[in-house]
Design a protein around this ligand. Sequence first.
Ligand code: BG6
Length: 305
Amino acid sequence: MAHTDSGMELHDRFAIPGVLRIGAGNGELPCITVTAEPASAEIYLHGAHVTHFQPRGSTPLLFMSKSSQFAPGKPIRGGIPLIFPWFGARASDKTSPAHGFARLMPWDIESADLRADGSVRVVLTLASDDATLAQWPHAFSLRLIVIVASFLDITLEIRNRSAQEMQFEEAMHTYLKVGNIRQTTVEGLADVELVDKVAAGERRKESSEPIRFLGETDRVYLHTTSATTVRDVANSRLITVEKEGSDATVVWNPWIAKAKAMADFGDEEWPDMLCIESANALDCVVTLAPSATHRMRAKISVAPL
Ligand code: BG6
């Protein structure tokens, strides 16, 4: 299996001179560094985790915590954690890792290509094994297709390799870097039904106004396929998250107390980030027939305000 290869062996197999290299990143974890004509990016094989994306001539789009761990079996804080096969705490077993195991596992590289338009396409894979089957009784294979263009285009493919239907939740838990959360607003979720995790799971409808942030925010918006736009006023930019195959959107900022309570998140970092997660979670769980494949895709782009 490729995930037993060292960064150097992977580099020899997949490097693209001047554009893509593979080496040891933080915590010595294997990391793909892309320096393409339209953008730069970094992808850790641990969790197939995009930790950096920056269009040329622009500033970084993704927030990364300075307190993040980079260690086998631990989640990375920031970038784009991939959530699968359950979202948040597992309802049937609180001792299972929050947000599933996909973000905690080493993925393999399937391919890395420079395309005619200068963008780079990287495909990573993860398959069920004895360790995942011990936690979740379904055989599966995952592919993550990352396109580093002037925008970031990510597709998570999930194939059911078992003989039974399988039900799962998933998310691209995207940490956007914002200049100041207090000056940030979100559009695209007007009038949508939501589950408010800060209010003990209360269900209500979002207002028709842009969303503003005045305290801890942890909401799962249900049955929405709309694009979301983030007005990052302090950075004079508009970030757009378009999506396909995703019926839920999660909006999260921990604010002061929760930031302090998280060991792998700086006490003062909460004003600098906002999670907009393309997801299928809670009422929007996915049921997949044997041999069927589900695809969820997000395209994240930035424009001046
Ligand atoms: C969000 C959840 O998606 O992720 C929050 O809605 C949670 O409830 C947050 O706190 C971070 O989760 P974790 O496991 O990465 O600390």
